[in-house]
Design a protein around this ligand. Sequence first.
Ligand code: NAD
Length: 495
Amino acid sequence: MSVIRHFIAGHETALAERTGPVFNPATGAQQHEVAFASVDEVEQAIAAAEAALPGWRATGLIKRADVFFRLRQLLAERKSELAAIVTSEHGKVLSDAAGEVSRGIENVEFAAGLVHLLKGEHSEQVARGVDVHSLKQPVGVVGAITPFNFPVMVPLWMVASAIACGNTVVLKPSEKDPSAAVFIAKLFQEAGLPDGVLNVVHGDKVAVDTILDSPTVRAISFVGSTPIAKSIYERASQNGKRVQALGGAKNHMVVMPDADLDGAADAAVSAAYGSAGERCMAVSVLVAVGDEVADQIVAKVAERMSKLTIGDGTDDASEMGPLITREHRDRVASYVTGAAAEGATVVVDGTAAEFEGGGFFVGTSLLDHVEPGMKVYEDEIFGPVLAVVRVANYDEAVALINANRFANGVAVFTRDGGTARQFEFDIEVGMVGVNVPIPVPVGAYSFGGWKDSLFGDSHIYGPESIHFYTRSKVVTSRWPQPSESQINLGFPSNH
Ligand code: NAD
């Protein structure tokens, strides 16, 4: 069985003393082993990044930008190949995997504008003969730790901007679907990125902790579940690093009585069950305003669910693939089986669906009369399960959402502009959709939630990433004639 290896200083390498299995979730069969890095191997990757730093930060901005223009082209040309890798290890359907690559390309396009993005400011004549200008300089070696659910897009969220800013990177992708990260690193190399600027190490907590504890690593970008995000944030900040740690989610979609209910039902089904609900921006709670809306939308969603095709992601007919592992599938199913005992109404029980072969499939589920306090409401299930919470009015909908500990994405479905505008104003969530169920911002804006969905001050990709991956320096300068110099022990004043 082939071993997926690290990519350090431009070469694939691995001792492979410890390994983990990589499955094909559609068949349940193990297809690869992935090397789990030792402390020594991670330190080699960090040393490679450190060695590449002086050369890369000194590389001219136009030459740096060239790498991103070439990478964009390569990613577009190899999109279907990359999508096939994602489908084989993650399980999402091919069209969804291709969509993920396209969204990742947006981050590369943003990074290609680095000449503009890295501009500083200049103030002439702040005092007689004195000018001030600011510089944006790289932070140094960046550690990037990514989750299983977007093995192409989330690494690109981080590495595109980090490298554009002149940093070098050690990326630790998810051990569940690790091949895409190595594929991307090789494309970067083909696009002209010098060896050592982007290194990939595979593995588990050993690899992550080595990155978090290394004094050479200056900043950490993490995306994953909330408990791990919190612990990463705490450990890395205790070690004096800059950290952004994006966590889990429970995304609500409010359906107002004036909404187009057919459109809202289409959106709910797409956003709840796309990628088998394994998206941090998946809609997992539908908030129906009024019983009449609730009864109608539950019926419309259930009817649409019955027509979904679930199967191997490589089959063009499949709209939804399997979950990532057997354990995760069983965990998702346990929420559905426990829902009735909690007081919810199980409208569609996806655990009853039968699938041939050993794939990690589960059917889609719909739960009605869900309430705060129930596990199916409080926990991030991360599977194809949609919970409907009934509220009496707009104020109750807002109060429900604002009381939730997660605050990644939210959506409101309405035809009333005033309601939509008030919702934007009232809601305590980082990303808001108005008649858009999955409001992942375009690459020119930054992505991030609030509360337990993000630890740190900085959102990811887009303009905030330039701030996160650079240190600013302010230079005050004066070019006096030799005769003008004089001793002055007073505090320098511009007046
Ligand atoms: P995870 O937290 O289990 O793993 C994320 C990364 O952390 C992986 O690389 C993993 O190897 C590593 N890791 C796991 N346990 C660790 C430990 N104890 N110590 C150190 N490192 C550890 O997350 P996942 O299951 O891969 O991904 C799904 C989660 O990611 C969901 O909660 C989802 O909401 C979240 N997510 C959030 C966003 C966002 O933007 N907020 C985006 C995508 C996914």
